[in-house]
Design a binder for this molecule. Structure first.
Ligand code: BDR
Ligand code: CA
Length: 316
């Protein structure tokens, strides 16, 4: 993808430590033309996820990118309690500047609809890092706009892996399974990046040191975010980089092995919510990233983040 024209890309996100790393990786990658960030409640409430998106852009000197606040709650159930893993501010108390540019007043779903209708069909991709509420609302409320999405690459689900919320359910699909069902049935081209892949791509203290020593501000900020994972007394030796895998897939799909599956998602009101079932192989084509060359994608992440950051004019 290195020489291709940058793809118009929207990041739909609930930052979130790993979301923040994914956003910084995207901002460090000239392969993406980030035209907007839309926020959703998930890891923490909507006001905080939106503010975190604005703070990340302020840090990166990219407040030219507009942020649109989206859904405060799932389609048809109560939202999750904040996840302690990401700290009280959602990003592990890592120091980021206050934003100069507030988020836009237009709702994320309204903006997505008008933006997609203004662009050539198929020219805008969505990188989805949180519960799929905004995108499902787009499909339900503005189907003619949703049909113009190039593709959605979404972090979510568990195929053969155990879950991280219920026995077989992953957080993003569990948090809003009705939204996931809408997206799976929408016909919008979809690549799912489940725990089967994201658990293989792990941040370590060594990765944090390497990024810190690079001297590149964006890499150093990612190092601080990774280090935030390791501050708890129960910290393990490594942590999965769930959301950055979406960016890594979009950058270098050849480093992943995919299967085309027909999937259904449970909308049960118990711990089964968000569980995926394989209905058929090679049929409704959700392309699912099932395996990854973990070492190669970690090298890619390091390379993207440590390349000289020509656009950098950020604060703090
Ligand atoms: C997903 O859940 C969130 O906590 C992370 O940000 C990621 O999007 C992993 O299950
Ligand atoms: Ca997320």
């Amino acid at each position: 993808m290195a020489h291709a024209k940058p793809r118009m890309t929207v990041i739909d996100t609930d930052p979130g430590i790993d979301d923040a790393i994914g956003i910084l990786l995207a901002l460090a990658s000239p392969e993406f033309n980030i035209v907007g960030i839309t926020t959703v409640a998930g890891n923490i409430g909507i006001e905080t996820t939106t503010r975190n998106a604005c703070r990340l852009l302020a840090f990166a000197g990219r407040e030219d990118i507009p942020v649109f606040q989206g859904a405060a709650a799932p389609l048809d159930r109560a939202g999750p309690e904040p996840l302690g893993l990401h700290g009280e501010d959602g990003i592990g108390a890592v120091a980021l500047p206050d934003p100069m540019r507030p988020h836009e007043t237009q709702h994320a779903v309204e903006w997505l609809a008008s933006f997609l209708l203004d662009q050539p069909a198929g020219s805008v991709d969505m990188l989805a890092l949180g519960p799929l509420t905004n995108l499902a609302r787009l499909v339900l409320e503005k189907p003619e706009a949703a049909r113009r999405i190039g593709r959605i690459v979404a972090m979510g689900g568990a195929i053969h892996e155990h879950g991280n919320v219920g026995p077989r359910s992953e957080f993003n699909l569990w948090a809003d399974p009705e939204a996931a069902a809408v997206i799976l049935g929408s016909g919008v081209p979809l690549v799912l990046v489940p725990l089967d892949v994201t658990r293989r791509v792990r941040a370590t203290r060594e990765l944090a040191s390497r990024l810190l020593n690079s001297g590149q501000p964006k890499a150093q900020m990612v190092a601080h975010l990774v280090q935030a994972y390791f501050t708890s007394p129960t910290a393990q030796d490594s942590r999965p980089l769930h959301d950055p895998c979406v960016m890594l897939f979009a950058l270098s799909p050849e480093l992943f092995q995919c299967e085309d599956l027909e999937l259904s998602v449970s909308v049960a009101r118990d711990e089964k919510a968000g569980e995926l079932a394989i209905m058929a192989e090679g049929k409704i084509l959700v392309r699912v990233a099932m395996r990854v060359d973990a070492q190669a994608v970690l090298e890619l992440l390091t390379r993207q983040l440590t390349a000289p950051w020509e656009g950098y004019s950020g604060r703090g």
